[in-house]
Design a binder for this molecule. Structure first.
Ligand code: SAM
Length: 289
């Protein structure tokens, strides 16, 4: 099917909203791909302003969709690379690519993107209205890569945003992992009505500024996350039981670990701060046979 180049625009010169635009192309949004398109121009502008972009910045966007955010990102930055898994959107996005020489779109799953290869040591910023079904996997892929972004501005479910910024007593693997790499803040709140189709939940824009180096002192990141995963492995269990089974420690070694860390073994994982996890990691490394 061929389409005239001006299909994105209405007769009054404004850009079509995602619903009308996709109808023109006979494309139905796929729930399984988290396709809830943001159509509110004020909110789209706000996301770009939260990202604080300059003409020197390289931007990685996950899931351009119909390209309303993508176009704004291309106008505000030096270069944008957008990763979209749904090839049906190719004709919809082609016109934006044609109008913005600093924009390139790759049709692939973000989880298969080799970030190190794409940016090869260059600083970059991630901006994305995330597909909610893989929020955590995408954040893990970006933050735990060998070359994490300097900043992330991510739209996600409010409930996930709140878990991400949690403090000791309400911590989870998600909050420990994100806060290990950077400082997350909720920068805006979004009602379901700013999306089409409407999601069933409220959303939030979270800005995460990543640290040049971790804020806590751990000799080895892999071991830190092994200890954290073991600690959270058995919900509502005391740390001693969780770590004994997660790290396969016998009773004497587990006692030695908590003595060395000076942390009460009856505490539960959600009460620990990042500093506590770092202390436990150092103690674990020191007592490991
Ligand atoms: N950026 C658009 C907006 O603001 O309206 C669309 C956001 S929509 C919530 C999520 C987008 O991510 C969709 O375009 C969807 O096709 C895409 N997507 C879903 N899974 C993906 C994946 N694994 N890799 C890359 N893109 C994906």
């Amino acid at each position: 099917m061929s389409h005239r180049l001006s299909l994105r625009f209405q007769y009054d010169g404004t850009v079509m909203n995602p619903k009308t635009l996709l109808e023109e192309y006979d494309i139905l949004p796929r729930k399984s791909l988290g396709q809830n398109f943001l159509h509110d121009p004020n909110m789209l502008d706000k996301i770009v302003s939260i990202a604080d972009l300059t003409k020197n910045d390289l931007v990685l966007e996950v899931g351009p969709g119909t390209g309303l955010l993508t176009e704004r990102l291309a106008q505000a930055s030096k270069e944008v690379t957008s990763i979209e898994v749904d090839e049906r959107l190719q004709p919809v996005l082609a016109e934006i690519v044609a109008n913005h020489p600093n924009l390139s779109i790759r049709y692939q799953d973000i989880l298969t993107l080799d970030i190190n290869k794409l940016y090869a040591g260059l600083a970059y910023i991630v901006v994305a209205n995330l597909p909610y079904y893989i929020t955590s996997a995408i954040i893990k892929h970006l933050l735990e890569s060998d070359h994490p972004p300097t900043r992330l501005v991510l739209t996600m479910q409010m409930e996930v945003a709140e878990r991400m910024i949690a403090k000791p007593d309400d911590m989870s693997i998600l909050s420990v992992s994100v806060q290990f790499f950077g400082r997350p803040q909720i920068a805006a709140r979004l009602k379901p009505s700013v999306f089409w189709p409407r999601p069933e939940v409220d959303s939030a824009v979270v800005r995460i500024d990543t640290y040049d180096k971790p804020q806590v002192d751990v000799p080895d990141t892999k071991t830190f996350f092994r200890v954290v995963r073991a600690g959270f492995g058995q919900k509502r269990k005391q740390l001693k039981n969780a770590l004994s089974s997660g790290l396969a420690l016998d009773a004497d070694t587990a006692n030695a670990l908590f003595d060395a860390a000076k942390i009460d073994s009856r505490r539960r994982a959600e009460t620990l701060s990042l500093e506590d996890w770092a202390t436990l990691t150092r103690a674990y490394i020191s007592i490991k046979p």
